[in-house]
Design a protein around this ligand. Structure first.
Ligand code: NAD
Ligand code: HSE
Ligand code: NA
Length: 430
């Protein structure tokens, strides 16, 4: 039965995502009301630039005083799409104190201080939902939290940053260099004016920390996530990957150790075989594999960014949170009962593709092979191409501890016959 008194929503931020949230709330008002069981009322919109013309938005709802809006006391749900740490964190905390539930798309904040915000939600008996924070429109948080709540997740592996996927895809398909591909991503509006969070892997690391926390019922802090971005990936890496039947992707990988007693979370570029489904994820799309004990392998694919796709996830959360409010209930909150230790990157077992510039003379290959053997790293393949007394040597290893592989590379750098280490990349997905 439809309740006539509306549920009041405060929107914080009216940028790329906020504009679409307001638009969908208006255009689909009747459907949303029917699905929730009560109409939604957009009760206020906090913005930074009140003078800006916002098509379809009632100027009477706009305010620059976000704090006053969240303190009103009659707001049922606050939708935070400002981004960044402050003032978003304080506004969300204030919203809980004044009785509202919160929907947020803010991965940076959730990765930085999700524990405090989840505790505040719990203390005040309210919901904190954030489907849009990880892989945009793709349902991932809710499937992990709810649909897979009866299973045992072993691994989450995927492409969770659209900007970097676009850049790597362009480098692969058109042979463009990194800077050229970044310029194209900027021109098309994928990369932001300051693309650091994307290209240095901070955005993906924030998402990995959120995913690992939910998947393993363990708090995984942003600092626990090993992070490498794509700024050092070269056209030569892509060409080398191609020769191996691979491509290069920025991957987020969250895994349980084989004994199940610890977890790891990491973000770095990696070579993956062209036969792997992630290799065909093009442009700015995201895709995530979830491997669970009973379910087996699940793949989630779709647009991980953009105003409307991200607003879709926000609206889905808004409907769920409103239903909970009408039922006088809360949805599932943070689950960290497992409290598994997070192991360092050195404990990860993976393969390496190492490209070396060496002197082309007798005994060099044997010398290089000895360094691998001394570190307990087994070589899978070696490819050598010589020219004018110098040679380029590409070594692909079998699986070994990352610490052993790093030690190997360090020792190789110390050899007189090794002129330089042209590139080091992990190989995944085999
Ligand atoms: N754009 C995407 O594709 C996407 C995808 C997933 C998640 N997100 C997340 O959604 C959130 C919003 O992203 P966006 O792309 O819409 O950013 P945006 O920069 O387009 O919008 C943010 C808006 O908030 C406003 N703002 C800043 N401080 C404010 C304040 N104190 N009070 C009121 N308004 C304020 C800004 O003026 C801006 O209009 C971020 O957390 C982002 O990480 C975005
Ligand atoms: N900058 C992010 C937006 C979505 O979180 C990306 O490129 O994927
Ligand atoms: Na999502």
């Amino acid at each position: 039965m439809m309740r006539t008194r509306p549920l009041k929503v405060a929107l914080l931020g009216c940028g790329v995502v906020g504009t679409e949230v307001a638009r969908i709330m208006t255009t689909h008002a009747d459907d949303l009301a029917a699905r929730i069981g009560a109409p939604l009322e957009l009760a206020g919109i906090a913005v930074r630039r009140p003078g800006k013309v916002r098509e379809g938005i009632d100027p009477g709802l706009v305010t620059t005083d976000a704090t006053a809006l969240v303190k009103r006391g009659d707001i049922d749900v606050v939708v935070e799409v400002i981004g960044g740490i402050e003032p978003a964190r304080t506004l969300i905390a204030t919203a809980f104190e004044h009785g509202a539930s919160v929907v947020s798309a803010n991965k940076a904040l959730l990765a930085e201080d999700g524990a405090t915000l989840n505790e505040a939600a719990e203390r005040h008996g309210r919901d904190l939902y954030f489907e849009a924070a990880v892989a945009g429109a793709i349902p991932l948080v809710r499937p992990l939290r709810e649909s897979l709540a009866g299973d045992h997740v072993q691994r989450v592996l995927g492409i969770v940053n659209g900007t970097t996927n676009f850049i790597l895809d362009r480098m692969d398909t058109s042979g463009a260099g990194y800077s050229e591909a970044l310029d194209e991503a900027t021109a098309l509006g994928y990369a932001e004016a300051d693309p650091t969070a994307d290209v240095e892997g901070f955005d993906a690391a924030a998402k990995a920390s959120i995913l690992a926390g939910i998947a393993f019922h363990t708090r995984v802090r942003l600092d626990d996530v090993h992070r490498e971005g794509i700024t050092e990936v070269t056209s030569a890496d892509l060409a080398s990957a191609k020769r191996m039947g691979c491509t290069v992707k920025l991957l987020a990988i969250c895994e349980r150790a084989a004994d199940g007693k610890s977890v790891t979370a990491r973000v770095h570029p990696a070579m993956i075989p062209l036969s792997h489904p992630l290799a065909s994820v093009r442009e700015a799309y995201n895709a995530v594999f979830v491997e669970a004990e009973a379910a087996g392998q699940l793949m989630f694919y779709g647009p991980g960014a953009g105003g409307a796709p991200t607003a879709s996830a926000v609206l889905g959360d808004l409907v769920a949170v409103c239903r909970n409010r009408l039922a006088g209930a809360r949805g599932p909150g943070e689950s960290v009962y497992a409290r598994l230790p997070v192991s360092p990157m050195g404990d990860v077992v993976t393969r390496y593709h190492i490209s070396l510039d060496v002197a082309d003379k007798p005994g060099v290959l044997a010398q290089v092979a000895t360094v691998f053997a001394e570190h307990g790293v087994s070589i899978d393949t070696v490819r050598q191409k010589g020219k004018d007394g110098e040679a380029s040597l590409v070594v692909v290893t079998h699986r070994a501890f990352d610490a052993a592989l790093s030690g190997t590379v360090e020792a190789l750098r110390g050899l007189d016959t090794v002129r330089g280490v042209a590139s080091i990349m992990r190989v995944e997905g085999e």
